[in-house]
Ligand binder design. Structure first.
Ligand code: SAM
Length: 226
């Protein structure tokens, strides 16, 4: 999979060298390129923003550098992902969709966001998704893009050592995952649930299903409504 990221803070993505995502890049499972939006500016100050039409606080990212940059980065089959607190909520099912896309381009906004005409314009030629990572406001799209990339890339075939571990995870079946335990059997007076030591696979499966349902009921009852 190919991923391009456009940001005024390309250094944010140095963390991609770390952990499993870095390994995926090294093994060519994913090919990530980070672009500095300021490289697409034409003035001496490398300006990327201007005051908002209609007034109001803050600055808005100008469409010109975005247009120049995205014209060069987008390919025919690219999906343009625009992190935005006003977008549709990111979810496991969207991560699955992203993992099947041939090319993702993340456009990371700052300030009050990107001039809306950029989204409108590329919607006429590409699949454009404005996506929120939650009902809160970040300073920029970089952290949101990193979260979406991590959720997406770990779904690529060959990424996980044991692909089975993807199957039972929270949100895969619309429920939260059951709690997990490892050795030692007793820790600070707390015991591992007896059933997990029983070797009875049916009983363990039933216990996990019940725990998964109960946890979802307690923490995320909204998931059960769906
Ligand atoms: N004025 C915008 C609004 O209220 O919708 C918020 C702009 S925010 C300060 C700057 C940038 O951070 C956004 O353009 C977006 O790229 C990113 N951002 C902030 N919160 C986000 C969220 N919850 N999900 C995804 N991106 C977010």
């Amino acid at each position: 999979m190919k991923i391009d990221i456009v940001s005024i803070f390309p250094g944010y993505f140095d963390v991609l060298e770390l952990s499993l995502l870095g390994k995926a890049a090294k093994s060519k499972l994913v090919d990530v390129t980070v672009h500095d939006l300021r490289d697409a500016t034409t003035d001496v100050h490398k300006s990327v923003d201007d005051t908002p039409y209609g007034g109001g606080a803050g600055m808005v990212m100008s469409p010109e550098p975005w247009g120049t940059m995205l014209d060069g980065v987008l390919q025919e089959d690219s999906w343009l992902v625009v992190p935005s607190p006003a977008g549709q909520l990111f979810s496991q099912s969207l991560a699955v969709e992203f993992s099947q896309a041939p090319h993702l381009v993340f456009a990371c906004g700052r300030y009050e966001g990107i001039d809306q005409r950029v989204v409108e314009h590329y919607r006429t030629t590409h699949r454009v998704v404005e996506v929120s990572v939650g009902d809160y406001v970040l300073n920029g799209g970089e952290v949101a893009a990193l979260a979406m990339m991590e959720a997406t890339v770990r779904l690529l075939p060959g990424f996980m050592g044991n692909p089975e571990s993807l199957v039972e995870e929270s949100h895969e079946k619309g429920l939260l995952e059951y709690p997990s335990f490892t050795k030692p059997r007793t820790w600070r007076g707390l015991d591992v649930p007896e059933v997990l030591l029983s070797g009875n696979h049916d009983a363990i499966r039933t216990w996990r299903e019940e725990q998964s349902l109960e946890r979802t009921r307690q923490v995320r009852p909204d998931l059960l409504e769906d």
